[in-house]
Design a protein around this ligand. Structure first.
Ligand SMILES: NC(=O)c1ccc[n+]([C@@H]2O[C@H](COP(=O)([O-])OP(=O)(O)OC[C@H]3O[C@@H](n4cnc5c(N)ncnc54)[C@H](OP(=O)(O)O)[C@@H]3O)[C@@H](O)[C@H]2O)c1
Length: 295
């Protein structure tokens, strides 16, 4: 099978000098490319990751490639609420304001595992972590100039069961857990957009497109072999996958375009906007992360 040619969009042009941009999951795949391109636009970039060696290697590579020395690292394990709180505290102390938060990190777990806080891992990393991080950084984002939150979502979304978000009652399935987490992330984006709009913070969700990456690294057996081969041979480059999230984070066209779902830099309709369901989700997440529902 021929690998599809990765079509290049018009490069994003912006001067991000002096802007503080945080990218989660920037050690690999799409996140590393978002971070690389933010650094190329002159931003101060924080590579936030759970593995020190991998975060430092990514930061060194990006600084070398872009000639931007303001590429920093910080420890962040989204599967641990203590780690998220520690990271947010460090950001507040080190920078005092943030212009871009790219909630990019995610997992696809074939088996049900629990986070350090005893929460189903896909839910903890893909939904609860971004919610807690956003809540803890909301004040420094409010201080940022033209601040933006970019949630890396997916068109592979659906099946959210608000009565069983952790698959305690339902039989666990890795794809079902991933799909519901990506639905929830979109719903959460619309609620954060409403809550932060008056403060001038733009919140959006972006689908990167089918991209070569390690997202299926934990899928074992023949299924894993097939899925990884499919990703490896048919996916677009991570650079192309980063395009829409980067555009949302940095372009002047995206400024103030809050509460929208973007695919290939175009707005797509999203069915997951029901206010009552979003309110229920918000309450679940605030309870699980022990943050105020009014943050
Ligand atoms: N690839 C696609 O086709 C596709 C399509 C639609 C949406 N997406 C979305 O795009 C985003 C990036 O995915 P990708 O394909 O680039 O995946 P990837 O190559 O697997 O990268 C995932 C990143 O998340 C990090 N991560 C995982 N668990 C973490 C944790 N507990 N704490 C902190 N960081 C953690 C990983 O860090 P380590 O280095 O420590 O493992 C890695 O940097 C995800 O939100 C995914 O859902 C991807």
């Amino acid at each position: 099978m021929k690998r599809p040619r990765s079509r290049q969009a018009e490069p994003v042009r912006a001067d991000l000098g002096g802007r503080v941009c945080i990218v989660t999951g920037a050690t690999a795949g799409i996140g590393k490319e978002i971070a690389r391109q933010l650094a190329a636009l002159g931003a101060t970039v924080v590579i936030a990751g759970r593995n020190l060696a991998r975060t430092e290697a990514a930061a060194e590579e990006i600084a070398r490639d872009t000639g931007n020395e303001a590429v920093e690292t910080a420890h962040l394990d989204l599967a641990s609420q203590d780690s998220i709180r520690g990271f947010a505290g460090e950001v507040v102390e080190r920078f005092g304001r943030v212009e871009v938060l790219a909630n990019n990190a995610a997992v696809w777990q074939p088996q049900r595992h629990l986070s350090a806080d005893g929460i189903e891992l896909t839910w903890a990393v893909n939904v609860l972590g971004p919610h807690l991080l956003t809540g803890l950084l909301a004040d420094v984002l409010r201080k940022g100039q033209d601040a933006r939150i970019v949630n890396v979502a997916s068109r592979l979304a659906g099946g959210l069961d608000l009565s069983d978000v952790e698959f305690r009652r339902r039989r666990y399935n890795g794809i079902a857990a991933y799909r519901q987490s990506k639905q929830a992330l979109r719903m959460l984006s619309w609620t954060w957009a409403e809550r932060l709009e008056a403060d001038g913070v733009t919140v959006g969700a972006a689908h990167p497109g089918f991209t070569r990456s390690d997202i299926a690294r934990d899928v074992g057996g023949w299924q894993g072999t097939v899925v990884r081969a499919f990703f490896g041979r048919c996916g677009q480059s991570p650079q192309c996958g980063a395009d829409t999230p980067l555009w949302l984070a940095a372009s002047s066209q995206a400024q103030g375009q809050s509460g929208r779902f973007w695919v290939k830099r175009r707005e797509w309709s999203c069915p997951y906007r029901d206010p009552a369901a979003r309110e229920q989700l918000w309450e679940i997440l605030c309870r699980q992360s022990h943050i105020s529902t009014t943050c």
